[in-house]
Design a protein around this ligand. Sequence first.
Ligand code: HEC
Ligand SMILES: [Cu+2]
Length: 508
Amino acid sequence: MKNPRLLTAFTVASLALVATFATTVLLHAAEGPSDAKGPVVLPPEVLALPVEQAILTSPPHVPPPISRKYSARVVINLEVREVVGRLADGVEYTFWTYGGNVPGSFLRIREGDVVEFHLNNHPSSKLPHNIDLHAVTGPGGGAASTFTAPGHSSQFTFQALNPGLFVYHCATAPVPMHIGNGMYGLILVEPKEGLPPVDKEYYVMQGEFYTTGKYGEEGLQSFDMAKAIDERPPYIVFNGSVGSLVGDKAITAKVGETVRLYFGVGGPNITSSFHIIGEIFDKVYPEAGLSLPNRNVQTTLVPSGGATVVEFKVDVPGTFILVDHSLTRAFNKGALGMMKVEGPANRVVYSGKEIDAVYLGAQAEAGSDSSKREAELKSQIADATKANPLIAGLTKEMQVEKGKQVYMGLCFACHQPDGKGLPMAFPPLAGSDYMLADRDRAVRIVLKGLTGPVTVNGATINSVMPPQEAVLTDAQIADVLTYVFNTWGNKGDAFTSSQVKSIRNETH
Ligand code: HEC
Ligand SMILES: [Cu+2]
């Protein structure tokens, strides 16, 4: 979609297909720049109001609460930009934005304010755009007055009559394409009496992307109208990209703080079952009407073109996962974020894992002869394929990746994520002369555990490593050892399941 002529051709084609879009465009053409009516003559009592510039923030940030107790004339300058950005690792997309981000800048005003709204379409844009703010009472929510060509600026005035949290979006034809390219955001109209004070406020919006390529397919992706019509998005994400709220981009809070999330759905089509794993919403303002909250809610449904406000106190530390609880969207399409909470644990509210004991169901007893034979054949096939050096290389790489998952789920707690261990407590695996000297012994240690003094790189530790034979499969042990033997500067061949199996079965 970098080629403007292609884009226009595409737009025209979809217009021809969808008659209603054509009507919308005619409407906008009739209210184009030539139709401007000139500035409104405001009555003296409005002219007497103090004038303020709105503070705009990009997600996940929210402008500060409004402390004034009177109405104002608020000037909002919002800029439309078409920008190439990251949709996922290795995946780029030409986003159409309000303010350079998806979702667009967060706008915050007060019930009764009179807003002088300027929509500025950057000269580098290829297309005209407009804005429909759901907070506006008037035709098209402003869309009819803001159709703005590239390099132009439109102005209109509205009064915020209703408090609430409202979606805004582009309403230029084809509307689903403009929204689907990222043209949506939230505007908060604080009630006159204000909102209850909280410690942290954040801004999150869900929206889906209809890329021509499959999820994760690399390169610059363009908008696929057929997938949009069928509502089959490869991506459903928070804040405009996969991983926008994970790792060091996670939102944060401290134990004891109250958090308020302004959560909206830009769509264009898919609703959200918004949920935070391990947290209960103390309050939900359903559909973002800011009057009566629901209390003690697990999951709240947010319509496309709608929003919600949720509040909760964080009671225990840890990482809490924000999801659309239609879970393949979270785990396969990107609708997943994180909130990291720091502070002292409260082991009564949440103890952490207390006991990990072996439990062998009746099932585990034998395994039928044919499944045993199947396993044998599989391992023969695996061994035969490994004879091929190319496959051997790829298999090892895959084992390293799988092994990393095992390591980060289990071994890291003692040997540390960087494999360096902890002095006097846990020996290092990175560069361990002891481990690297004897591969079978390494398998045996993971299977059966290790006690008594052990000297690694000259330092002796006398502690206990718990056996993992009931916890890990042969394949998992082969993978994790392949990982630790090929990470942090260590070098070694891959381990095989059959090697682990024969050591598991050896008698002492
Ligand atoms: C609960 C803590 C703990 C966990 C979990 C753990 N280990 Fe250990 N590991 C130890 C301790 C303690 C020792 C030293 C035991 C001793 O002093 O005899 C050790 C020793 C070792 C050694 C030999 C010493 C060396 O540094 O070369 C290897 C290899 C090893 N562990 C690998 C692993 C792998 C792989 C995993 C994950 C599958 C794992 N360990 C999980 C605590 C742990
Ligand atoms: Cu637009």
